[in-house]
Design a protein around this ligand. Sequence first.
Ligand code: A3P
Length: 310
Amino acid sequence: MIISALPSQRGWMTSELKQFQGFWLDGWVLPGVLSLQEKFRGKSDQIILTSSPKSGTTWLKAPLFSIMNRSSYDFDVVDNGNPLLSRNPHVAVPHIDFYATEHLDDPNPDLSLLSTHLPYSLLPKSMIESGCKFVHVMREPKDVLISLWHFAVEVRRAMDLPLLSLDDAFDMFCSGFSQYGSYWDYELEYYNASLKCQDKFFIMTYEDLMERSDYSARKLASFIGKPFTAADEDRGMVEAIVTFCSFDKLSTLEVNKTKTSSFRKAHVVPNKVFFRKAKVGDWKNYLSDKQRERIDQITRQKFQGTVLLD
Ligand code: A3P
C-alpha cells in the first residue's frame, strides 16, 4: 500500500490525516496498523482498552492498571514502587498502535493490558478471534471536540504548525475528519460489536465514571475477572484506587506535572497535556447555540435507535 496515495485531509496534530479503510488516521500510524493486522498475536487473557482520543483514555488506564496489579502496590502517593507514581499512565499501559510503529516486525508486547485508539474494524483479526475482553470508554462528543481542540493547539504550538481555530476544528470534527474519526462511526462500530458479544465488552462513559466512580471501579474489576474481595472492601481498596486515579491526584503528581513521555522516536510529549480540566460539559464555555444544535443533530441522526442516545 502506498500511504502517500491515500485520500488526505487537514490534520489536527500533524499536517494531514489519511483515509484508511473508512477512517481518518495520522499517516505515521499506518505502517504500525498494517503490521498489527498482519503480525499481532491475540491472547484470550488480554484486556484491551479502546477509546476515541480525548474520551478518558489516560484516566481509565490508571484504574485498570491499579485493579489488575493491586496485590503488588499501595495506592497512596508516597513512593512505594507503584509505576503510576513515576510514569504517565500511557507509559504504564502502552498504546498498541503506537508501539507497533516502533516494532514493525513483532508488534507483540508481553503485557496483559493494552490500549488502542484503532476503530473496531481496523483491529487485528487475531485480537478479536482470541476472545480477549474489551473495555471501551466513550464521552459526550461536544466535550471530546473541545478536549481534542485544546490538545491540538498545544501539540501544534510545540511543533510550529499553524494555528487551528475552533471554528475550523468544529467543521472538521462534524465532517468526520478527526483522528480515528468519524467520531460517530467509531462509536457505532464498538457499540454494534458489543451487541454481538456482550460478555466480551464493557462500555463505560466518561460521565458515568465521573458520577459513580466507586460503582464503576467495582463493575470494571468484576468484568476483567478480578472482582474486589471482602478483604479488599474492608481495607478500603476501592476508594483508595478511585482517589489515587482521580484527576486531582494524578494531575498533581510530579511525573505528570513536569516530566515528558516518548511514544515514538522524535515524539516527546509533556505529560501535563493529558490533564486539562476534566469537567463534564466544558463545551458550554466554547460552542455557540448554532454549533451545539449542529453537533447534537448529527449525534441524534447517527445514534438513532441505540442506547448511545440515552
Ligand atoms: P479535558 O480536556 O476535557 O480536560 P484522553 O486521555 O482520552 O486523551 O482524554 C483526555 C481528557 O481526560 C482530558 O479532558 C483530561 O483532562 C481528562 N482526564 C485525564 N485524566 C483524568 C482523570 N484522572 N480523571 C478525569 N479526567 C481525566
